[in-house]
Design a protein around this ligand. Structure first.
Ligand code: CP
Ligand code: NVA
Length: 304
């Protein structure tokens, strides 16, 4: 079998992405029944964290267990990797023990180095550049609301041009939906990621105001103003991002059946109002749950 990694959504073709999302829905339906498969029976999968996590850790540990495998979670600061052991040596060692590795880190180059020296599949559990596992869950949630075709959906991103924004941009190219992003000046997404997506035919607009992005869309999504590793910039970001808030006024611009998504954790009163995230249009708890189903489909695909 060819070795495949999942570092960004574009590691899948459109058809593969749809197949994977279909499989996630099937696994959701089978959960807790005697029909649920255990395609990773007897295997072991490492999950390595260089940043904090609640959802990613829980959803991978539970999902790996449900697929029949053993999850082994390593918190980097308690490991030799955290004391400076080379990533390449870590990759070679992991390849001898486990059948796959999920890695959450800072620089995306660290993930690429791990993948290059691994003989087992490597999954991006979040880097400063991308968070593709979150997008699998987000796209499953969008399909639950609007049906299987992602091509008819219009999405608005409001906020930081960060790892989540980049993941939506790449997904727009792969899945074929229309995307508008409103980001404060100085916090735009990476120009090359944007150019690459457009070169693949993606319909993506950068607009100045959140109201413009939200006009007529079916999905409104956002993320924290300061991501992990940017804690020192929190004050200047609060100033720059004031006005980039998903509140009731923004939701009213969207389609009447529009949904709100957020990868979580959220800061009520900053990027989103409590009335929106706790309101009837919010799908954030389905979205969080869908991490489990989509990642099970992903691991089955890559490893089984
Ligand atoms: N959305 C997400 O990845 O959450 P965690 O940081 O809790 O894993
Ligand atoms: N952009 C956020 C996402 C957290 C799931 C971060 O990187 O901290």
């Amino acid at each position: 079998m060819t070795l495949r990694h999942f570092l960004t959504i574009s590691d899948f073709t459109h058809d593969e992405l749809i197949q994977l999302l279909d499989r996630a829905s099937a696994l959701k339906a089978l959960r807790g029944t005697s029909e649920h498969p255990k395609p990773l029976d007897g295997k072991s999968i490492a999950i390595v964290f260089e940043k904090a996590s609640t959802r990613t850790r829980l959803s991978f540990e539970v999902g790996i267990h449900e697929l029949g495998a053993l999850p082994v979670t390593l918190i980097s600061k308690d490991t030799q990797l955290g004391r400076g052991e080379p990533i390449e040596d870590t990759a070679r060692m992991l390849s001898g023990y486990v059948h796959g590795v999920v890695y959450r880190t800072f620089g995306h180059d660290r993930l690429e180095r791990l993948a290059q020296s691994s003989t087992i599949p490597v999954v991006n559990g979040l880097s400063d550049r991308f968070h593709p596992c979150q997008l699998l869950a987000d796209l499953m949630t969008v399909r639950q609301s609007f049906g299987p075709s992602l091509k008819d959906v219009r999405v608005a991103w409001i906020g930081d041009g960060n790892n989540m924004a980049h993941s939506w941009i790449v997904s727009a190219a792969v899945a074929g939906f229309e995307l508008a992003l409103a980001c404060p000046s100085g916090y735009q997404p990476d120009a090359k990621i944007l150019a690459d997506a457009r070169a693949r035919g993606a319909n993506i607009r950068l607009v100045e105001r959140p109201e413009e992005a939200a006009e007529g869309v079916r999905v409104i999504t956002t993320d924290v103003w300061a991501s992990m590793g940017q804690e020192g910039e929190a004050k200047e970001r609060q100033d720059a991002f004031s006005g980039f808030v998903v509140d009731d006024g923004i939701m009213e611009r969207a389609d009447s059946d529009a949904i709100f998504l957020h990868c979580l954790p959220a800061h009520r009163g900053e990027e989103v109002s409590a009335s929106v995230i706790d309101g009837v249009q919010s799908r954030v708890w389905d979205e969080a749950e869908n991490r489990l189903h989509t990642q099970k489909a992903l691991l089955e695909w890559l490893i089984a």
